[in-house]
Design a protein around this ligand. Sequence first.
Ligand code: SF4
Length: 210
Amino acid sequence: MKKAEKIQFILDTLDGLYPQAECALHYTHPYELLIATRLSAQCTDERVNKVTPALFEKYPTLEAFASADFDELCEMVHSCGFFRGKAKSIIEMSQTILEKFNGQVPDNIEDLTSLSGIGRKTANLICGDIYGKPAIIADTHCIRLSNRLGLTTSKNPEIVERQLKAIIPPERQTKLCHNLVHHGRAVCDARKPNCGECPLKDVCVYFKHL
Ligand code: SF4
């Protein structure tokens, strides 16, 4: 199978397996996705989704987050781990969005990564899910699966992002990343991938070398 055919096969197979795949974090407003994603660092989406309903109720606007009491916010996000750093950046990013971006979550990587605590992974998630722009969200699942499948050759998120951007059609990039998260959780586990049940095994480099 030629490389272009292999890529097409992977994209179509994953779309068929996970037609509804999307970000697992719950949110209503764009800034809420930004905050939920900040909380999800070194934490599970499940845990974040347990914390955010009360959090978004207590702080119903960006202004409320910008003027939040640091200690109170720490207490609310405590169970997500690294709570001091997360609370600090949530307050700072909210202030910056209000002061520098007229209360609108930025729609480009450069401005997003200028916010406190926001890296390229989160910036791409916002660009893809909020603004519908082509985006490669190089999280742990994306990096592991794209390497195993032979689509990428690095564990470095920025290189993975660049390599995938070069070979995946723009309109399919964001959905591919959500599909990879779902496939990573359901089949291609970090320690014990269930290759025998995987519809991608015929094109998978990792499986070929088992
Ligand atoms: S064949 Fe195995 S390693 Fe390859 S994508 Fe499927 S589960 Fe992952």
